[in-house]
Design a protein around this ligand. Structure first.
Ligand code: SF4
Length: 368
């Protein structure tokens, strides 16, 4: 029988002694809803270790929601570059604008107002409301879902609406326990999932809530939660054009601001996906025609592999001669310093740096 009070009290006692010293838990960040929102958005699909330096850099540049609201999107994307999933940065930017236009620049306090901000889902709204304002708002992220699926237990795919309802119901009961503070019990559940109740080989012998755990009692902690088999990524074969002028500047194209594509508005070496039966050189010639550049492929400079959403992409980078390199708003010759201020997907940033001028040979070799 699940006892929310017993679970919550033991968990908080453990958290008080064992929590990690994370940047977003430090005093100047800990109760600022904007800073909590930034950390929560960055931590979606990115690890704690990877987020740290980006979090500092982003907040140095945009220390509050008003400074973010007033920034150019290109500047926001540049500060985000390297974290991936750029829709998160765009939504954060939109959220800051909404705070400025709809709430007079003051971060909203009510859960439904936070939930109405662009890109903010139920988990993120609950995290901001509970951590910044100590509201009794529940949270269920991947860590919490795993912990609760073992505690209750929850059988089958956690994504089904029935199981989601069970998880949110349990999280609600836990955060309603009056003897614990929401700003502590919610992060404590996430911390337990990160440190003790890990996906593989949970550390049950040192778990503070093992007495409350049905999976542990049934010795099923390695069976739960049920993880449906993953689909294999779809292979994709792309080519990109490395065109350089006499001074070594590289031709970059700005991707369209089209909601249907990845990396909207970011800069890249012109690239395209090879269609079936199309060779790399044919694809490059077609790309040159589409851009009005008349590309003449020369040699393959390098091949890199990277993943985007469900695709496993093999990207061939070819040196090309660009015979009609007319510049436009979205097609420019870019030198090393200018590139520092452009938002570029990380794979393109690596390629650019690999071939950019003002690099020694050893620096270039170490970049890919
Ligand atoms: S006892 Fe084991 S499975 Fe249960 S919550 Fe603790 S670590 Fe997770």
């Amino acid at each position: 029988m699940f006892s929310p009070a017993s679970f919550a009290e033991k968990l908080v006692a453990w958290f008080d002694k064992s929590q990690r010293d994370l940047r977003w838990r430090q005093a100047h960040n800990a109760t600022d809803p904007y800073r909590i929102l930034v950390s929560e958005v960055m931590l979606q699909q990115t690890t704690v270790a990877a987020v740290g330096p980006f979090y500092e850099r982003f907040l140095n540049r945009f220390p509050n929601s008003n400074s973010l609201a007033e920034a150019d999107e290109a500047d926001v994307l540049t500060q985000w570059a390297g974290l991936g999933y750029y829709a998160r940065a765009r939504n954060l930017h939109k959220a800051a604008k909404a705070i400025q236009s709809e709430h007079g620049g003051i971060f909203p306090r009510e859960l439904d107002e936070i939930l109405a901000l662009p890109g903010v889902g139920r988990y993120t709204a609950g995290a901001v409301a509970s951590i910044a304002y100590n509201s009794r708002a529940p949270i269920v992220d991947a860590n919490v879902a795993r912990v609760l699926s073992r505690i209750l237990p929850v059988e089958g795919d956690l994504k089904t609406s029935k199981n989601q309802a069970a998880l949110w119901d349990a999280a609600t009961q836990i955060v309603q326990v009056e003897s614990v503070e929401p700003h502590t019990v919610n992060p404590a559940m996430m911390e337990l999932g990160a440190l003790i109740c890990t996906p593989k080989n949970p550390r049950c012998p040192v778990c503070p809530v093992s007495d409350n755990c049905q999976a542990q009692k049934q010795n099923r902690q390695n069976e739960l939660p049920f993880i449906p088999p993953k689909k294999a990524p779809t292979p994709m074969f792309d080519v990109c054009a490395l065109a350089q002028d006499a001074t070594g500047r590289i031709l970059l194209r700005q991707r369209p601001n089209n909601a249907d594509i990845w990396w909207q508005g970011m800069w890249e070496l012109p690239r395209t996906t090879r269609s079936e039966g199309e060779s790399s050189t044919e694809a490059l010639i077609r790309l040159g025609q589409e851009l009005g550049c008349a590309f003449v492929p020369q040699t393959r400079a390098i091949t890199v592999k990277h993943g985007v959403t469900r695709y496993a992409i093999e990207l061939e980078c070819w040196r090309v001669q660009a015979n009609q390199p007319a510049e436009s708003e979205t097609l420019k010759w870019i030198g090393t310093e200018e590139a520092d201020n452009l938002a570029m997907p990380s794979v393109m940033r690596r390629l650019f740096e690999r071939f950019a001028p003002n690099r020694t040979s050893s620096e270039q070799l170490s970049l890919l």
